[in-house]
Design a protein around this ligand. Structure first.
Ligand SMILES: Cc1cc2nc3c(=O)[nH]c(=O)nc-3n(C[C@H](O)[C@H](O)[C@H](O)COP(=O)(O)O)c2cc1C
Length: 290
């Protein structure tokens, strides 16, 4: 029975790899307009002798779904991405540039949270939206660990403080350059300045050696933060926590992530306690125009 199930999973893997190169064209709907050919970032699609889209085996598919998204006729599907399952865009939900500008500029890093938990459906929505952030070669390498409850985030913060104390003992100059002594002092005075009493912590992890992971983590967190803001939630990068994950094995043991994973970013989430009335100013970047 075991051999049979190994055989079945092998078949599954082989089949999946083969199917990955599949482009499914609905010839009744296809208008032979070549939009999918122009849109494919990998030149994987060409038109065959009859003018229908076909694959070019010289190239390969990123599974980005641009062909599915760009076909006005719903004629293209790829493996695992049926056009009928891909939601149609709702024009009435488009935002104006002015709305987008105020929305993007008004997101703030939130450091005061209500202790009540956010319903799981809302947290799942954040993850869903975050998964639309771009990633190198569409690898989408980020998975999540979500730590729930103020008592649990406080426990995680304790590991960070322990690490900071250790760094201050071993390399005080380094610790001071990151302001660790102030965070430790605040902790001793009962102020939690690491995860800020947030009821949720989203930890973005990926295979250790995935070169696309650092940028992808930045993207998913940016999307997640903006999604949270749009839903009336607050969020904040947990930089100290992420750094501790990368340098303090006891914290990684506590997180118990699958083997070979590294934490690339983490972000606190919860209901907002603070309100904002103005946009703060930002540094004008130096721009070289050529
Ligand atoms: C990589 C990174 C790490 C950060 N780590 C922390 C952190 O550990 N604690 C914190 O309170 N804010 C942290 N922040 C938030 C920044 O302080 C914040 O983005 C900045 O002050 C600008 O404020 P705004 O996000 O409200 O515009 C971090 C931001 C980034 C991008």
């Amino acid at each position: 029975l075991r051999l049979f199930s190994i055989y079945l999973s092998l078949i599954h893997i082989i089949a999946q790899e083969e199917i990955l190169s599949d482009l499914i064209v609905n010839r009744d709907k296809c208008k032979k307009d070549g939009i999918c050919v122009a849109e494919c970032p990998m030149s994987y699609i060409r038109l065959d002798e009859q003018g229908y889209p076909a694959v070019d085996p010289e190239f390969y598919c990123l599974s980005c779904g641009h062909c599915v998204a760009a076909c006005p006729h719903g004629a293209i599907s790829i493996t695992g991405m049926n056009a009928a399952d891909c939601p149609a865009l709702d024009k009435s939900l488009d935002v104006t540039p002015a709305q987008a500008e105020q929305f993007l500029k008004s997101r703030r890093s939130m450091r005061q949270y209500k202790t009540e938990p956010v319903p799981k459906a809302e947290l799942e929505k954040l993850i869903d939206i975050a998964s639309y952030g771009p990633s190198g070669h569409n690898r989408q390498p980020i998975d999540w660990l979500v730590i729930n409850g103020v008592d649990q985030t406080r426990k995680a913060a304790q590991f960070v403080v322990d690490w900071m104390v250790k760094v201050m003992q071993e390399d005080p100059q380094l610790g001071e350059s990151f302001g660790f002594q102030k965070v430790i002092k605040a902790w001793d005075m009962g102020q939690e300045r690491i995860l800020r009493g947030a009821p949720h912590l989203f930890v973005a992890h990926a295979p250790k050696d995935d070169p696309s992971a650092p940028a992808a983590a930045g993207q998913v967190v940016a999307y997640l933060e903006l999604a949270a803001w749009s839903m009336g939630l607050g969020s904040c990068w947990a930089g100290y926590f992420t750094r501790a994950c990368q340098n303090h094995p006891a914290l990684m043991d506590h997180l118990a992530l699958p083997q070979g994973r590294q934490v690339f970013a983490s972000v606190m989430v919860g209901r907002r306690k603070a309100k904002y009335y103005r946009l703060p100013l930002r540094r004008k970047p130096e721009v070289t125009w050529r």
